[in-house]
Design a protein around this ligand. Structure first.
Ligand code: F0G
Length: 449
């Protein structure tokens, strides 16, 4: 059961299928354009959409809004010291601000940045600096437990062949763009050692470090008696820095961190932060946001909470598998990913099968999901001038933290099954208008008739 009770509610507006068809038309078939009051269950993202606890709301009231060296910053510093293993940190307003600062300092035109899978904002920040994001997630795994792992042989060969063009490597935990799958501690250790062999820094995209640590505890025998905090500390000790969006595992509506060991990089980052975000003890956040983040970091590592959270995802996963729906398995920590490429084999990647499936789920039940396929992840390689398509056409149903109940999930399951049953009637999609980077946020679409 949910290890909390509900103190405050937000009403859901119940809409009809006819209304939703009209809404989609008005919103140019882009689910990001839909007014949130016309969404019944919002599974667009687990980012910034979680429900804060009474302790977090209390901390909001005691936030210290001093410009410099606030009490709130001290609260944050204390918990960061307990959880992370870095010498320096800067608060930023969200994860991509940390990515933008890091990229602007370290990436030059023509550089290559390897990772398991970069998330869209990370890729966009790299591309924006003239670099190329490179994904080296392992294709085959001896077991299924850690499908976010990097292929170490590939990483070694890649570093060996491109030494001069690689300023740093990354690893995303959990691997959001690759199905929310965890990375094992032994893989993180191997990645770190491989980076050291070539004298390269390793930066962790740590958005979902607590969920990843939970999977390590469950699935990597050696760590089964470790606390989540100690596992997290161990992960971070095997790296040189981290970018962090607190909107995920710190269960706040806004916030992020850039964490570093290297003093020179930190000093440069601090200057960038002051120009773009704010003074180094608040970095684009209010004191109350920082207070809520400090408490959320602790709550996000609570084992009872993590058991419930990952349990919700595996419940959803099991019910869909039972209905014969192709879903990425095993379930990850924050979302289920439906393989729309498999459900809609009659729609090729350049007609966006995952976008089509996610639109149908909105029509069917007012559920907002997000395409993680060729709309979000295909890009024009500056290296080859060709469009690189992702391997999978996925639709992600991300579960906000502590927000929806079991019966909401049952409704989601019924809706997805109804769409699945009429898959052969679903049509492909064309892009009418689109920006160059991060197309999915603002492109307009239409059905192919
Ligand atoms: N890295 C990963 C792995 C992410 O999932 C995200 C955000 C970011 C970086 C950027 O963080 O949003 O705070 O700037 N992911 C959200 C999502 C948007 O829906 O998965 P941000």
């Amino acid at each position: 059961m949910e290890p909390f009770k509900i103190k405050m509610i937000e009403h859901i507006q119940i809409t009809t299928k006819k209304e939703r068809i009209k809404t989609l038309q008005n919103c140019k078939y882009n689910l990001f354009n839909i007014p949130s009051n016309l969404v019944m269950i919002d599974l667009l993202t687990d980012s910034g959409t979680g429900a804060m606890s009474d302790e977090q709301w209390s901390a909001i009231m005691t936030g210290d809004e001093s410009y410099a060296n606030s009490k709130s910053f001290e609260n944050l510093k204390k918990i960061i010291h307990e959880l992370f293993n870095y010498k320096f940190f800067l608060p930023v307003h969200q994860g991509r601000a940390a990515e933008a600062i890091l990229s602007s300092i370290l990436i030059n035109k023509g550089d290559l940045i390897p990772s398991n899978n970069h998330f869209d904002t990370t890729s966009a920040n790299i591309l924006d600096r003239g670099g190329t994001p490179v994904n080296l997630v392992a294709d085959t795994n001896i077991d299924n437990s850690f499908k976010g792992n990097i292929d170490i042989n590939k990483l070694d060969a890649f570093l060996n062949n491109n030494k001069e063009r690689i300023p740093y490597c990354m690893v995303t935990i959990t691997n959001n763009a690759g199905g929310g799958q965890p990375v094992s501690l032994s893989n993180i250790e191997d990645i770190y050692n491989t980076c050291k062999k070539y004298n390269k820094k390793l930066i962790i995209d740590a958005c979902r470090f607590a969920e990843n640590s939970w999977f390590i505890k469950q699935r990597e025998h050696k760590y089964k008696n470790w606390t989540i905090t100690n596992i997290a500390k161990k992960i971070f000790s095997l790296s040189d820095g981290a970018t962090f969006s607190a909107k995920k595992d710190a269960i706040v509506n806004i916030g992020g961190l850039l964490l570093l060991n290297d003093k020179d990089i930190f000093e440069n980052a601090k200057n960038e932060l002051i120009i773009k975000e704010g003074f180094p003890t608040y970095g684009g956040l209010s004191g109350r946001d920082i207070n809520a983040m400090a408490i959320g970091l602790k709550e996000g590592c609570d084992e009872k909470y993590l058991e419930y959270r990952t349990g919700q995802i595996s419940f959803l996963h099991k019910k869909l598998i039972d209905a014969g729906i192709p879903v990425i398995s095993p379930p990850g920590g924050h979302a289920i990913y439906i393989d729309a490429g498999k459900i809609l084999p009659h729609i090729p990647p350049n007609q966006y099968p995952a976008q089509a499936f996610s639109l149908e789920c909105y029509i069917e039940g007012g559920i907002r999901s997000v395409e993680v396929g060729s709309v979000m992840l295909s890009f024009l390689s500056p290296d080859t001038n060709q469009i690189i398509y992702p391997k999978l056409e996925l639709v992600r149903f991300a579960i906000p933290r502590r927000t929806y109940t079991q019966s909401h999930l049952l409704y989601v399951i019924d809706t997805i099954i109804a769409v699945f049953k009429r898959a052969n009637t679903i049509k492909g999609i064309k892009i009418i208008d689109s920006p160059k980077l991060l197309k999915h946020f603002s492109a307009s679409f239409d059905w192919i008739s």
